[in-house]
Design a protein around this ligand. Structure first.
Ligand code: PMP
Length: 420
């Protein structure tokens, strides 16, 4: 198959060659309801470039077998591919491979920590500190844990502009706090939280800090050492990789002392009738046959992002976000949530009295894909006093003309709903 790939020549182009980048994503060439697809839903899941699709294809076409302990050629090659992928992911975030656990995604990563570290370390009366902007994936596992352990969950407040009330954090953090879990970037408001400061203060208070990086890792260079947290969770599918693969990074001392989560094959070094000995890291926390092809695709997605350069992607998205905020801000009756600065291109809005679901359905008729609903942020929605928002989310392949198409399609919605 002929595969256009804007990054394959490895030459760092002076300009951001958006047309070549778009050509790397086959799905962007399709029509939806007769209109060119305008994909503004990457915060839910990103599209995939040829190189990732092909890496998965090549893996299955040429080397697939089960990993670890295999004596035959394919198993050895598959193991190399899987463990090689772990090295790519680890290197990308400034970590050691043994500290990177492959999981299904951010949700599974957080549940893993809650059910292993949490079950071993959280006791009655302990406090778990979250924020009101957490995704349900970084809220419900802690609520379940707190319910089982008799711990208390507390929430840092969010200002109307979407920023965290850091004075609230300082006030709520105490020697009773055993864990602080915070999102790096809000999936509704786009706000970037000061996670390094949050992690530092958590450490000073003797608490462990988990950062939910689901919406950050796709857009910025993450360095877990610089952040100074103890756990960092992220999903591959939001950063060009296949679905069903993600990573949990944990500080080695913590991972070493964490009991296994799921029991089964791969996670043991010895099983006897009277018990078992767990395998060393990272396999202790990866029971069963892993998502090998997903890991291979994840590594290729990271290589693709690295070839373009996260700095350049960030700069492109910053410009595009400013353009989108200006364009949407100029639509009368449209209200945008979240800050103007220190944010990524995840833009929540409401338009006149049109329900977000109606808006998304009308926009879809024009080929414009946005998301509507509570975005797994029901407590935040309640805090903002709304039941749902429309959300347009941008990524490296979006353009200004797609923002124009969004604004045009809003015009259609206005006409249908008689918005003056
Ligand atoms: N946290 C945040 C901030 C998210 O945006 C998401 C995905 N919407 C998740 C966690 C959960 O990610 P996944 O569904 O990939 O497990």
């Amino acid at each position: 198959m002929e595969t256009p790939d804007s990054t394959s020549d490895h030459t760092p182009a002076a300009d951001y060659d958006i047309e070549r980048i778009r050509a790397d994503f086959p799905i962007l060439g399709r029509l939806v309801h007769g209109f060119p697809l305008v994909y503004l839903d990457s915060a839910a899941s990103s599209q995939k470039p040829y190189s990732v699709i092909q890496a998965v294809d090549a893996y299955y076409s040429e080397i697939h077998a089960n990993v670890h302990r295999g004596a035959h050629e394919l198993s050895i090659r598959a193991t190399e591919a899987y463990e090689g992928a772990r090295e790519v992911v680890a290197d990308h975030i400034g970590a050691a491979p043994a500290e990177v656990i492959f999981v299904r995604g951010t949700t599974e990563a957080i549940n893993l920590v809650a059910w292993t570290w949490g079950a071993a370390h959280v006791a009655e009366g302990d406090e778990i500190l979250l924020t009101k902007m957490e995704h349900h994936s970084n809220m419900v596992p802690w609520q379940i844990l707190a319910g089982r352990a008799g711990a208390v969950v507390k929430y840092v407040d969010v200002r109307p502009d979407g920023s965290l009330v850091m004075e609230d954090y300082d006030r709520l953090l105490s020697d009773r706090t055993c864990l602080v879990a915070v999102t790096h970037v809000s999936n509704t408001l786009g706000v970037v939280n000061p996670v390094a400061e949050i992690a530092r203060k958590a450490r000073e208070a003797g608490a462990v800090c988990l950062v939910d990086g689901a919406q950050a890792a796709p857009h910025m260079q993450v360095d877990v050492q610089a952040i100074g947290c103890d756990f960092y969770a992220f999903s591959g599918h939001k950063m060009l990789a296949p679905t069903g693969i993600g990573a949990l990074w944990g500080r080695r001392e913590l991972l070493e002392h964490m009991p296994p989560w799921q029991g089964g094959g791969e996670m043991i070094s010895e099983v006897r009738l009277d018990g078992f000995t767990a395998a060393p890291l990272p396999h202790k926390l990866e029971a069963g046959t892993p998502n090998i092809a997903g890991a291979v695709g994840f590594a290729e997605a990271i290589r693709y992002l690295q070839r373009i350069g996260l700095e350049r992607i960030h700069a492109w998205e910053r410009d595009l976000t400013a353009y989108a905020l200006d364009s949407l801000g100029a639509v009368e009756g449209l209200e945008i949530y979240g800050p103007k600065e220190d944010r990524v291109g995840v833009i929540s809005f409401r338009y006149a009295d049109i329900h977000a679901h109606d808006l998304a359905t009308i926009l879809d008729q024009k080929g414009v894909a946005i998301r509507a609903g509570h975005h797994c942020n029901q407590p935040l929605m309640n805090h903002l006093g709304v039941d749902a928002t429309a959300r347009a989310s941008l990524y490296l392949y979006n353009t200004r003309s797609e923002i124009d198409a969004l604004v045009d399609a809003l015009g259609l919605a206005a006409k249908l709903f008689g918005v003056a």
